[in-house]
Design a protein around this ligand. Structure first.
Ligand SMILES: [Zn+2]
Length: 232
């Protein structure tokens, strides 16, 4: 099926061809950056939602998650690396939304037993956000939301600004003294909820663990983590 639907689309396509990042075909959905066959060939981890899957194991002895999973394997010089580079450094928001939608479909299939209530994007540092203009984890959450309709709480975990007020600065100093990287604002929003922490890449799990430490004094019901990719 040809995806170019109108004269206007055809005109735009002529000057700004919308092609699959992997194979170069123009037979792909408007909102995607890969065609369907290339999406199907992505390196899915296919990890079961079990306590001993490799993602749970990263956090053993540190955090006990309800669900812990990653959608894709991240390897060097792969299409997955290209997708992450696109969404982080090339302002390619579609790459983030596409990954989010794939994660959303996975959740609808595989995370039904203990339904998630709220999506929480892992924040990036204020300087990175200033540079990039957006947080890629938040865009991934939007993709998940378009499939699952789950609410996103963006103002819960905060990476503090260095040039903050004196009160804020004192708080930051206290945080640093106990090795904490995030502030928690509006904790009432997550009371008795099942939280899903969302990020683009999982490597050592240090950032996710830091988020959990910050959330440890709040009254959530369950906590899970789902990342777009997992570095092997
Ligand atoms: Zn393709």
């Amino acid at each position: 099926m040809r995806i170019v639907h109108s004269y206007f689309d055809a005109f735009v396509h002529l000057w700004y061809p919308h092609i699959c990042l992997q194979c170069g075909t123009d037979q792909l959905e408007k909102q995607d950056v890969l065609c369907r066959p290339c999406i199907n060939k992505l390196p899915y981890t296919d990890f079961e939602n079990e306590w001993n899957n490799p993602i749970h194991k990263i956090f053993w002895g540190r955090v006990s998650f309800c669900y812990a999973n990653a959608l894709l394997f991240f390897t060097k010089d792969s299409i997955v690396q290209l997708l992450i580079t696109e969404l982080k450094y090339q302002q390619n928001k579609k790459a983030a939304w596409m990954l989010g939608r794939l994660m959303g479909h996975y959740m609808m299939e595989q995370m039904k037993t203990e339904p998630v209530d709220i999506l929480i994007p892992i924040p990036i540092s204020p300087s990175k956000k200033h540079q990039r203009k957006y947080n890629q984890a938040q865009l991934i959450c939007k993709g998940i939301q378009s499939v699952t309709q789950l609410p996103i709480v963006e103002d819960l975990l905060i990476k503090p600004y260095e040039s903050a007020s004196q009160t804020h600065k004192d708080r930051i100093r206290r945080m640093e003294a106990i090795g904490q990287s995030f502030l928690v604002e509006h904790p009432h929003k997550i009371k008795n909820k099942h939280l899903l922490l969302v990020d683009d890449v999982l490597t050592t799990g240090a950032t996710i663990e830091a988020a959990c430490i910050a959330l440890s004094n709040t009254e959530w019901k369950n906590i899970s983590v789902f990342t777009a990719t997992y570095t092997i």
